[in-house]
Design a protein around this ligand. Structure first.
Ligand code: G4P
Length: 528
């Protein structure tokens, strides 16, 4: 039986990520969340200002300078009785694969909406991904210090477009220059906003009770408007229901301004109170509960050169069950080896620190010298593999060519390692010595050529190639598969992990191939 201290450690963990459209305020909220977590003395130091606004060409320099800005990193901080893990996701949509995989490692998400704009594209896409696992969603309606759209209308839009019920927990009073604060519907109290205090934790000015005359004294006519509006809002929206929230069917909604640091703490209170403790994960053998004492975890992300001072790769592992302690041995299931992990790292506001121990729900970083791949499962000895970490069929393709033909081996090695990291996908056609690089976003191509140069000393360039899409092919019957390999030879390739892939020059060609080979399954996503 697990002892109580162990259970307490796990039950206080909350692991979440932020989903939002660029510019909605993710970076600003992250700063304020860390301010509340007391990981930072003063907000505004997590990332350089305007990180989202850099031109594409600045990207390489940016990553070099700051290391953590675009690719995923993890921040852990205490809040009330909880220990919160916030997983950052790349802001640029060209790195959306990383974001999708990061969402497999969290137990809940914070959805940030710019209330002046409402529901935007990226948010719709990311919500679709969270739906695959029914991840519980908390909503923050940001930028109330600006002239926003009607809050009720934006909430309706969330319900309609994202197909999730909204339960307002707080309700805004005024907006823009006239933003007065929020009324907390569950606690029946008004929290007043003071502008110009975005960089500090504001002293809370709270007025209990909606009919309290103090409220009229504090906000004048807005008090009566609020009373009227609330009748409508409460009648027209959903009541908070914890079960429905945990099933991903209903989202509690908070209003505020991240820039003015108002409302972020209300959201954090909700998150720590309601968001799930570390959830179980599925393997090919059985489900694994967080409270099992035996250690297990999976790798969802590999990142190179996080810090120019440490030129290595870090494999990010979500601990699913049990506890990591420094120096422990774990089984890397794919290669069937026991490895001793003496130097796992965590990332607190960008700094590395050695972790002595970590529990289910936490993320640890393992130094990777090329032996760890995305999707790898680590256990206390059991042979099982966590499922559900996706690879997406790339949408963009280029042929990669060497400037120096003698470096073919290095190129192949580099590309295969980079594909194992998930930086890019690589395909080697059966009928030629070409290497085709596939990506989900265009920036991935640039990153790969740059990294081939600095890490593998290979000078490569791209050439256009007419490929529309790729599909991973499987079939239970080895004879059928063999025949397929002969007949479709000119369109087949192996990916970086030696998986059979159909390379389609056009979508029509793909449909024809599917018709011709009905016993072959063509997959748009592949699990690691
Ligand atoms: P992102 O990570 O989601 O892309 O968004 P980020 O936090 O970088 O915010 C995007 C812009 O929106 C920033 O402005 C930021 O200051 C602003 N912002 C974030 N939250 C609020 C808010 O609650 N109210 C208002 N009024 N603005 C907010 P910027 O133009 O990049 O910088 P700045 O010139 O405003 O400093």
């Amino acid at each position: 039986m697990a002892n109580q201290d162990f259970l307490n450690e796990i039950n206080k963990r909350r692991t979440f990520a932020i989903i939002s459209h660029p510019d909605a305020g993710k970076t600003t909220i992250t700063e304020k969340v860390l301010l509340f977590g007391q990981a930072l003395q003063k907000a505004g130091t997590v990332k350089g200002k305007k990180s989202g606004q850099h031109a594409k060409s600045d990207w390489m320099e940016m990553e070099k300078d700051r290391g953590i800005s675009i690719t995923t990193s993890v921040m852990q901080f205490p809040y009330r009785d909880c220990l919160v893990n916030l997983l950052d996701t790349p802001g640029h949509e060209d790195f959306s694969e990383d974001t999708y995989r990061t969402l497999t490692a969290v137990d809940s998400c914070l959805m940030v909406i710019d209330t002046a704009k409402g529901v935007e594209d990226r948010t719709i896409k990311l919500m679709e991904v969270t739906r695959l696992r029914d991840t519980p969603i908390i909503t923050f309606m940001n930028k109330m210090d600006r002239d926003t759209r009607d809050p009720m209308e934006v909430m309706d839009e969330v319900e309609e477009v994202l197909k999730i019920k909204c339960a307002p927990i707080t309700w805004p009073i005024g907006m823009g220059k006239e933003f007065k604060g929020v009324y907390n519907i569950l606690d029946d109290e008004t929290i007043l906003y003071q502008s110009g205090q975005g960089h500090t934790i504001q002293e809370k000015r709270v007025i209990k009770g909606l009919n309290n005359p103090e409220l009229d004294a504090a906000i004048g006519n807005y008090a009566d408007d609020l009373r009227e509006e609330l009748e409508l809002v409460v009648g027209a929206s959903h009541e908070f229901d914890h079960e429905a929230f945990l099933k991903g069917e209903l989202t509690p909604v908070f209003f505020g301004t991240a820039l003015g640091n108002f409302g972020v703490d209300h959201m954090l209170d909700g998150l720590t109170k309601w968001a799930p403790t570390p959830l179980p994960r599925t393997t090919d053998v059985r489900d694994v509960a967080a409270t099992e004492e035996k250690f297990s975890g999976f790798v969802f992300k590999i990142q190179a050169n996080m810090d120019p001072k440490h030129r290595d790769r870090i494999a990010f592992m979500r601990i699913v069950s049990g506890k990591y302690s420094k120096g422990m041995k774990m089984r890397q299931v794919r290669i069937g080896k026991d490895v001793k992990i003496a130097d796992a790292v965590t990332f607190m506001a960008g700094d590395r620190a050695n972790v002595e121990e970590a529990f289910a729900g936490d993320i640890i970083g393992l130094h990777n010298h090329g032996s760890i791949q995305i999707g790898d499962t680590f256990t206390a000895g059991e042979d099982m593999k966590f499922t559900g970490i996706p690879n997406f069929a790339p949408e963009l393709f280029r042929r990669i060519r060497l400037r120096d033909p003698l470096k073919a081996k290095q190129l192949q090695k580099g590309l295969i390692q980079l594909s194992e990291e998930g930086a890019v996908q690589v395909f080697r056609p059966f009928n030629s010595n070409d290497m085709i690089v596939g990506a989900v976003g265009v920036l991935q191509f640039e990153v790969v050529v740059q990294r081939l140069k600095t890490e593998y000393n290979v000078d490569a360039i791209y050439e256009p190639i007419s490929v529309a899409t790729a599909r991973w092919c499987t079939c239970d019957n080895p004879r059928t598969l063999e025949q397929f390999e002969k007949k479709a030879y000119d369109n087949l390739a192996l990916d970086g992990g030696d998986n059979l892939t159909y390379i389609a020059p056009t979508m029509v060609n793909l449909s024809l191939a599917q018709e011709r080979h009905p016993d072959i399954e063509f997959h748009r996503t592949r699990e690691h």
